[in-house]
Structure formats: C-alpha cells, structure tokens
Ligand binder design. Structure first.
Ligand code: CP3
Length: 375
C-alpha cells in the first residue's frame, strides 16, 4: 500500500471511545454499515447527544510535529496534490486527539489555479496570486471549472472514507474570501482594490462572484458525492462588510451555493470571522450550522441566528497559548454559554495557530468531552 511505503509504517486504527453505529447510508455505494462516531453529525442536526462534539479548524498543520515531519521534504501544494499524503495529514489530529470530526487536508485556494489564476505560497507572505484579477478581460478569462479538474481532492476523500470512523468534513472558500485573494493578490489589510471594484463596478464584481459561486457550488457537490459527510464554507474575511453591503454584494452568491448544497441533506457549516453584525444575514444566506468567532458571545450570537440552527465555536485560538488551566477554564466557559442546548459543536473561533502547544490542545479536547458529558 502506497501510504505505508510513504510513511514507513501502518497507520494506527482510529477508534473513538464513544463510537456508535451510524445508520446513515454511504453515498459511494458501499453496502456495509460502518462503525462511526457520528456525534458531530447528530449535533449538526440538533439532535440531543450524549456530549458535545469537538474538532478544531485547521486541526491538521504546522503546530503538529507529525505534520512538520511530512512537510519538511514537500511543499504544501505537493501534500494537497498527493491523495495518500493528504489522507495521512487529515488523520494525524484524529489519532493524536480523537477529534469527533476530520477535515479534509486541502486549501481553499486550490480551485484558483485551474480557473486560470496560478498562485504560490511565499515564505512569510502567505498566498500570492501571480496576476491579480482586476479587469473585465481577466474576469472573462477565468474558467468555470469542472470539479474533476481537482480530482486529487476527490480521490483523497475516497481514501479517507476507508480509514475514518468519524465524519469527514469537506470544504471550500466562499466567493468573497476567494475574491479577496484573487483581486488583492494575497492577504490584505484594507481590501481597497477589492472594494474599488465592488463599489465602483458592481457588474464586474457580480460577474466575478457569480463565477466563483458556481465553481464552489459544483466543487462542494462533488466532495459530497465522493463521500464527504458534511461541508464547510469558509468566508473567513467577510466580516469586512457592513450588513447592508453583505446583502447587496455577497449574500446572493453565498445563497446560490448553500441552498443548492443543503438540498442534498448533508450538513453545511457556514463560517466567517468578525461577523457579529452579519449573523442574521448569514443565516438567511444559508447553513445548517453557523460559525461564531471568539468576539461574539456564544449565547448572544445563537439568539441572533435563532435556535433552529446549530452553532460552531467559539474559543479564542490564542487562549491555547496561555497556561493549560486557563485554556481549560475558557473552554468550560464556552460550554456553559451553550448550556447543553442541542446543536452546539465545540470549536475554536478561527483556525488553530502555528506554535500552539499540543498538550493544551489535548487538554481542551479532553475537557470538552468530560465536562459536556450528559448522563
Ligand atoms: O486542518 C485543516 O483545516 C487543514 C486544511 C486547511 C488548510 N487551509 C491547509 C493549509 C484548510 C481548511 C484551509 C483553509 C484556508 N486556507 C483558509 C480558510 C480558513 C481560515 O483560517 O480562515 C484560508 C484563508 C486559506 C488560505 C491560506 N492557506 C492561508 C492564508 C495560508 C497561510 C499561509 C502562511 O504561510 O501562513 C495557507 C497555507 C496553509 N493551508 C497551511 C495549511 C496547513 C499552512 C501550512 C504550511 O505552509 O505547511
């Protein structure tokens, strides 16, 4: 098996302590029911669960020594494009911390290259799009790709479904967040080039957002067909907008994606940061579960969204750098705010940061499992 050759060992079986038999049929045609810890999926559907499920955004990555060891000899893109390696990296945090869900190892920017906007990750700078997209001719030249052009991602999902006994989350970037990289050419402080187009040339803006939304919609459907049990839409930077501008410039495109994907019945997680004032509008745009960052008090945010949707969050990722007891106390506070209401998925308010102490991650995961256990 290629995975074993690459790693020089057999991946350990993953056994979550609270495994229950999932009756959810697999969409890839497999007939046998798998033993699956499906706490996460049941919480997405707001069913009462025996405890709160926990996973962490960006849970596979540089803070883990296992990841750094694999990454040492390969680029991030090589890891993503080699299904066996993407599979292995996805499994690392499941083995290390017994998270209740796995998130596919990939990147939100992967569709940009086949669309015609190549990029690279530059040390210290993050992603750099080689020719930022700012003109009508450039937008027209972008291709609405077929998901099969990202076949390596779909193949990683198929491999993972054979290895996992926790649900697998697929994902994509939302149009606003993808457009921010496309137009600005990388990370941005003020999004000035982007907003110049958004406010100054709304037709061009909507043409770009429409193309991105269609690519993402098809891509998420393909991930579900390949076996993803849930999907997350990362609109990481949309908190830049006022509610009014969100409704005018973003919501129709997000809604185009989410309403279509939700129709499959698979849970859809709708995530952003800095979105305290956008929660109602994001809810309207769609999502089975809405993300809450750490600036939004969980109980208040859930009120805004409405208790007929689930919520995911909202521990401050930087709290994991404080002494372990402090991080654990903050995790308990998040659980207290959720008050055992069905539909809470414990997570960070944004992705885990490089340098996060592994022992603190473990302590927080264990605390969530024990403290939230309902008799
Ligand atoms: O466990 C996981 O969640 C892994 C899969 C994953 C990655 N990127 C791998 C990755 C996911 C879900 C993402 C999403 C992603 N990528 C987002 C949305 C999430 C968020 O945090 O808001 C964004 C904005 C990106 C774009 C991106 N990719 C950035 C800004 C960076 C950081 C660049 C840097 O040098 O710090 C990346 C790189 C990236 N993607 C890493 C990983 C593990 C960094 C690790 C590495 O270089 O090896």
């Amino acid at each position: 098996m290629l995975l074993q050759i690459l790693l020089g060992g057999t991946p350990r079986a993953i056994r979550a302590p609270t495994a229950t038999v999932s009756k959810t049929p697999r969409r890839d045609g497999a007939r046998t029911a798998r033993r699956m810890n499906d706490l996460f999926l049941r919480a997405c559907r707001r069913e009462t669960t025996e405890r709160t499920p926990v996973w962490m955004m960006r849970q596979a990555g540089r803070y883990m020594p296992e990841y750094r060891a694999l990454r040492e000899k390969r680029t991030l893109i090589e890891l993503c494009k080699t299904p066996e390696l993407a599979c292995e990296v996805t499994l690392q945090p499941i083995r290390a911390f017994q998270m209740d869900a796995a998130i596919l190892f990939a990147d939100i920017l992967l569709p940009l290259e086949p669309m015609g906007a190549p990029f690279s990750f530059e040390k210290g700078e993050g992603p750099v799009v080689h020719s930022p997209v700012r003109t009508r001719a450039q937008v027209d030249a972008l291709r609405v790709i077929e998901p099969e052009e990202l076949g390596y991602v779909l193949q990683a999902i198929r491999l993972l479904k054979k290895e996992l006994n926790v649900p697998l989350i697929g994902f994509a970037g939302a149009p606003f967040t993808l457009a921010s990289y496309l137009i600005e050419g990388g990370k941005s402080a003020h999004y000035d080039q982007m907003k110049r187009i958004m406010y100054g040339d709304p037709d061009l803006w909507h043409a770009l957002m429409g193309k991105l939304a269609e690519v993402v919609r098809k891509y998420l459907h393909a991930q579900i067909e390949a076996g993803a049990d849930a999907v997350q839409l990362f609109d990481s930077w949309v908190g830049q907008l006022s509610p009014r501008d969100y409704v005018e410039y973003v919501a129709p495109h997000v809604s185009h994606i989410l309403k279509s994907v939700e129709a499959t019945g698979v849970p859809v997680l709708h995530f952003g940061t800095g979105t305290a004032l956008l929660l109602k509008q994001q809810r309207e745009a769609g999502g089975t579960v809405l993300g809450l960052d750490w600036r939004t008090p969980l109980a208040w945010g859930w009120e805004q969204i409405g208790h007929d949707r689930g919520v995911q969050g909202n521990l401050d990722p930087t709290v994991l750098f404080a002494p372990k007891e402090v991080a654990v106390a903050h995790a308990k506070r998040v659980l207290d705010e959720a008050a055992g209401r069905p539909g809470h998925i414990f997570n960070l308010g944004h992705g885990i940061l490089p340098g996060t102490p592994v022992d603190t991650v473990r302590a927080v995961v264990e605390t969530v499992k024990e403290y939230s256990a309902r008799s």
